[in-house]
Design a protein around this ligand. Structure first.
Ligand code: M90
Length: 330
């Protein structure tokens, strides 16, 4: 039985969190986005057209003595923001921190959409969702976590994302030094392949909690906190000068004064998103308006508790108990 830990770095405005992994023999080092909202491990590769690579590190299966092509297998994925990628599949050794999976399905990109080409710091995605939504055809493949979870002290991983600072992903153990008080546990519905749960209610600032079920996914790969339109409207009504800005594609408001906190329930506990984390980022250097970190989930089909929510807490993704744990950061 083993455990592992790896540091993850917050990009500017915490827009995404990037984590080092290594693939192949000798090890090829890439930096990827750990994404609990999807279940494919795919990377930029030497099989892509040179014009689609702008600064990213690439995986070269021909330069790895342990790579083995998964003949006839292909993959294609489209994300919630419309970005997409596709390619073929190799089995190869993947190491994260001190943890190694010898024959992990590594999805080598042959094509990626412009959003990926333009994101120079990101060499690919490592899915930490449930393997049921892996896109490899004809036979879906297991995630890194599914491949290693039975060798871990416990079949769980934790995400400790920080605001503008490196955070960490731990595998197989809950670090008691990472949180204070009790962890609030809530059951997970994995039927759609996501870490889905239902929050019983929410509150704006110091107001009383409103009973309003919010069903959504805990998603490290989504930057913002995407909630039902009615909840978002109720929140921004409390901020002087807040308005929906169709150019920006979301609610915008004066960066100061600090907006009210947003509180959501997690079974018997609560999670507070501090107002200063709701001011996601200035819309432009000129005026003092900020793009909101809380936006609508319209069109997605469920809410998304993305990085704006996750970085407030120490979050346990427990596949054994099929439950999510939210703890107050130490
Ligand atoms: C409505 S899910 C939107 C979400 N993508 C985001 O959150 C992107 C992330 C990003 C992209 C590029 C640079 C920096 C950050 O960021 C923004 O969209 N924004 C940040 C910046 C802000 N100004 C505008 C909003 C999303 O598809 N996540 C997926 C993973 C994501 C894909 C793109 C690369 C980074 C990882 C995944 O977990 C959820 O997949 C689905 C969700 C729902 N059904 C299907 C798929």
């Amino acid at each position: 039985r083993q455990t592992g830990t790896v540091e993850t770095d917050a990009e500017k405005h915490d827009v995404e969190y990037l984590t080092p992994i290594s693939i192949g023999t000798p090890p090829q080092n890439l930096i990827v986005d750990f994404d609990t909202g999807s279940s494919d491990l795919w990377v930029f590769s030497t099989e892509m057209a040179a014009k689609d690579i702008k600064g990213q590190a690439v995986y070269d299966p021909n330069n790895s003595s342990t790579s083995e092509k998964l003949q006839g297998s292909t993959w294609q994925i489209t994300y919630g923001d419309g970005s997409s990628s596709s390619g073929d599949v190799y089995l190869d050794t993947v190491t994260i921190g001190n943890l190694t999976v010898p024959n992990q399905a590594v999805e080598a990109a042959t094509k990626v959409s412009d959003e990926f080409t333009d994101d120079a710091n990101n060499d690919g995605l490592l899915g930490l969702g449930f393997s049921s939504i892996n896109t490899v055809q004809p036979t879906p493949q297991n995630t890194f976590f599914d491949n290693i979870k039975n060798n871990l002290d416990a079949p769980l991983f934790t995400a400790d994302l920080k605001h503008g600072a490196p955070g960490s992903y731990n595998f197989g153990y809950i670090d008691p030094a990472a949180y204070v008080g009790n962890i609030s546990w809530t059951p997970v519905d994995s039927s759609q392949g996501f870490w889905s749960f239902t929050s019983p209610g929410y509150a704006v600032g110091t107001e009383a909690m409103r009973n309003h079920s919010i069903s959504g996914i805990a998603d490290t790969g989504t930057t913002l906190l995407l909630l039902p339109k009615s909840v978002v409207k109720a929140y921004y009504e409390e901020i002087q000068g807040a308005q929906y800005d169709s150019n920006q594609g979301g609610y915008v408001f004066p960066c100061s004064p600090t907006p009210p906190d947003f509180v959501f329930g997690v079974s018997d506990g609560i999670v507070t998103v501090p107002g200063d984390m709701v001011s996601y980022a200035p819309v432009d250097s000129a005026n003092q308006d900020c793009f909101g970190g809380i936006q609508s989930d319209t069109g997605i089909g469920f809410s998304i508790f993305g990085d704006v929510a996750l970085k407030t807490s120490f979050v346990v993704f427990d596949a054994g108990g099929l439950q999510l744990g939210w703890g107050a950061k130490n």
